[in-house]
Design a protein around this ligand. Structure first.
Ligand code: UD1
Ligand code: UDP
Length: 388
């Protein structure tokens, strides 16, 4: 038996690690342990409950409005004890959060092998996204296995000198999670006007805090005011830097519905129901194209260039004029909308977790298994553009 410690800290890590945990739990050779740093509390618990995953160890890290330094420091100290007690053969981390970087550093000090899920995403700009770009660069330096979602993320790692043999292109596990979820009964649980188009909004990036986020909110308000026949749904991230401004700016507009973060299944239902998505989320940029939903990304650059290159995601920055103009085009111009509302899945085919498990199994057994063949996720699950 090999002990695999799977780490989750925030909502997106849990969504993207869940398929890996569930796949490993099916393996007779693996003893799976789940470490929740709980860098997020409520949003992490929502996801773990949805996927029926229980944390074996919970560090309960989250504090209101936590700073990056104190979060990192407190976590590092607690990890010492956990790693000494657990002695895992491998630790799996996912993505680019403070949890990922800190756990990787602690594993390095304890000489424990690290598998990095969603490796190789880069903007090559240390300040965007902040602090995630540097978190993933550091994790890339510390990891043994690099589970890259796409060929372009593989190329990024090669540029940084990572050995080709240590990089495995798996697809992104977010598509595994999305397919597992889309199979279930999806209920948004919010009363929306069935006759009106829906614009779904999310925003939480640290580099947008302050003035840029104020521009984003003003742009949403302008769009809602100019388009009373369109309804806006905005599940607000609980970070006080986001929540207070969002409620103060948008709270009184009749066709903007602000709500608490949605559980994963209702959020997938909201994406499916949406006409257009406006977001700075990494995960949403990956999921929406598979659901044939155009995304306007509230950032100047992205580490997920594939969907932009395919023309189904557009970068609009945190720029008031751009956001308003580009969203208005998609609301008014049927042809422009259709060009972006195409079902493509550049980030995965739903088999990423299986590929990760296979790599670990081969490593421990020394036996090669046949590679899982690529599948067109969009076609496989019948995701296609819904009529406007
Ligand atoms: C974190 C990640 C970011 C990821 C995002 C996903 C870092 C530095 N940032 O950003 O990469 O994209 O999660 O959402 O790792 N809060 C709650 N309840 C929760 C979660 C958060 O109240 O369940 C509030 C708390 O006041 C907390 C604050 O949000 O202190 C910030 O949480 P934190 O994890 O530090 O940063 P995020 O902005 O959520
Ligand atoms: N999500 C969710 N509920 C919400 C908003 C988002 O379940 O109210 C999901 C979304 O489908 C995606 C993930 O959370 O899988 C993205 O998380 P977030 O935007 O917080 O972080 P990022 O992906 O930017 O790191």
């Amino acid at each position: 038996m090999k002990k695999i410690l799977c780490v989750v800290g925030t909502r997106p890590e849990a969504i993207k690690m869940a398929p890996v945990i569930l796949a490993l739990q099916q393996q007779s050779w693996a003893q799976v342990r789940v470490l929740a740093t709980a860098q997020h509390r409520q949003m992490l618990d929502q996801v773990l409950a949805f996927f029926d995953i229980e944390a074996d160890i919970d560090l309960n890290m989250m504090r209101p409005n936590q700073s990056l330094t104190t979060l990192t420091g407190r976590m590092l100290l607690d990890l010492d004890e956990v790693l000494l007690a657990e002695k895992p053969d491998v630790v799996l981390v996912q993505g680019d959060t403070t949890t990922v970087m800190t756990v990787s550093l602690a594993c390095f000090y304890h000489r424990i092998a690290i598998g990095h899920v969603e490796a190789g995403l880069r903007t090559w700009d240390r300040d965007n996204p902040f602090p995630e770009e540097i978190n993933r660069v550091l994790t890339g330096r510390l990891a043994h296995w690099h589970f890259a979602p796409t060929e372009s993320s593989r190329q990024n790692l090669l540029k940084e000198g990572v050995s080709d043999a240590d990089i495995i292109v798996t697809g992104n596990t977010v598509i595994d999670a999305l397919l597992m979820t889309a199979e279930r009964e999806l209920d948004l649980g919010i009363d929306l006007d069935a006759s009106k188009r829906l614009v779904l909004v999310t925003s939480h990036r640290r580099e947008n805090f302050g003035e840029p986020f104020a521009h984003i909110c003003r742009a949403i308000l302008k769009l809602a005011t100019d388009n009373p026949d369109v309804q806006f749904l905005y599940p607000v991230h609980p970070n006080p830097n986001v929540k207070e401004v969002a409620h103060a700016t948008l709270g009184k507009c009749a066709n903007i519905h602000l709500c608490e973060p949605l559980d994963y299944a209702p959020f997938v239902a909201a994406m499916k129901r949406a006409y257009l998505i406006i977001s700075d989320s990494g995960g949403v940029q990956e999921e929406a194209p598979a659901l044939a939903k155009p995304v306007l990304v509230l950032r100047e650059e992205t580490e997920r260039p594939e969907a932009v290159e395919q023309g189904v995601v557009k970068l609009v920055g945190a720029n008031f004029e751009n956001i308003v103009a580009e969203a208005q085009i998609l609301l008014d111009d049927e042809a422009a909308y259709r060009a972006m509302a195409r079902g493509v899945s550049p980030y995965g085919d739903g088999l990423a977790a299986g590929r990760i498990v296979q790599v670990l199994q081969q490593h421990f057994s020394g036996e090669l298994a046949p590679a899982l063949q690529p599948v067109d996720a969009g076609l496989e699950v019948g995701f296609e553009a819904e009529p406007a």
